[in-house]
Write a protein of this length. Structure first.
Length: 308
């Protein structure tokens, strides 16, 4: 499998981790989900992210998920999330994932980092435990990590760490950060790939600011693929029309603490995963919320028909 590099673009779907009703891993559903993402036009998948419930898995379970997804993806790239409080865990899962054929490793900064120098030094440490030449994705998600990384600090990391090839951008508000990074690159800094998260809620604006695509989850990945493709073709208005058609579901999924339950419910209703089960202490949707999501899904076809 080809390793990730700074030219990566398109849509890398953050994969849900399917569980059976008893909370056990459902690897058959993981196979279906992997197929589903690529059939929808995804360029790659990212597993064991925050919305993939990675902290709820044991190391052995994480290895099983990585092995299964990488094997199922074939020649398509799979990024493995290896964020953990300790570097030893990152190194262990990261190295084994690369040995299995992963395209790269995604790591978010731990909340203990307080200064710019600590942030930069941390990613030096990550490269050391993973080994030289392993492509790294910096997950910049301050709403979850409480670590604020200024554009200048990202540039500092890019300058000092050649293996840093991608930024998973999900700062909020963060559009100005994309602009600042791209301006610095235009002035001579090494260019890296930028894929964006946050459920795709700012996807059209992020792409217009210079992002290369999306790395997030949504029950309709074909939306992200269509929007990214249309934006690359310069069809901004058409891309916005497609995006707007999915806004009711995107909006509903943005509720704090509910998003994953909504996403898994949609994937289960679409036949992608067998169960919308969320591993404890997470909870699924209540009956009223399920009815609301079902109604939005039923109206989705009508919205698409309306834009032709």
């Amino acid at each position: 499998m080809q390793r990730l590099d700074t030219t990566a673009k398109g849509v890398f779907v953050i994969s849900a981790t399917p569980f059976a009703e008893d909370g056990a891993l459902d690897l058959e559903s993981l196979d279906r989900a992997t197929d589903f993402y690529f059939e929808a036009g995804a360029d790659g998948v990212t597993i064991l992210g925050m919305m993939g419930e990675a902290p709820k898995l044991t190391l052995e379970e994480s290895r099983k998920v990585a092995a299964r997804a990488i094997a199922r993806a074939g020649s398509k790239p799979v990024i493995v999330g290896c964020s953990a409080p300790g570097l030893a865990a990152i190194g262990e899962l990261g190295k084994s994932s690369m040995d299995m054929g992963a395209a790269g490793i995604m790591v978010a900064p731990p909340g203990t980092l307080k200064t710019d120098r600590q942030i930069v030094d941390y990613y030096h440490d990550v490269t050391q435990v993973l080994g030289k030449g392993v492509p790294i994705v910096l997950q910049d998600f301050p709403l979850a990590t409480n670590v604020q990384i200024a554009p200048e600090v990202i540039g500092w990391i890019v300058d000092e760490i050649p293996d840093m090839v991608m930024l998973k951008h999900e700062d909020w508000p963060g559009l100005a950060k994309i602009t600042a990074i791209r301006k610095a690159e235009a002035a001579g800094r090494r260019r890296i790939s930028i894929l964006c998260g946050n459920g795709g809620v700012f996807l059209t604006e992020e792409l217009a600011r210079g992002a290369d695509g999306a790395m997030t989850g949504f029950g309709y990945p074909e939306m992200m693929v269509s929007v990214t493709t249309l934006m690359a073709q310069g069809q901004l208005d058409r891309a916005q029309d497609v995006f707007d058609a999915y806004l009711p579901l995107i909006r509903y999924e943005q509720q704090p603490g509910v998003g994953l339950a909504v996403r898994k419910h949609v994937l289960a209703k679409r036949g992608v995963i067998a169960s919308p089960m969320i591993r404890l202490p997470g909870r699924g949707l209540g009956p009223e919320a399920m009815a609301e999501v079902d109604r939005l899904m039923a109206r989705q076809t009508q919205r698409l028909d309306a834009i032709g």
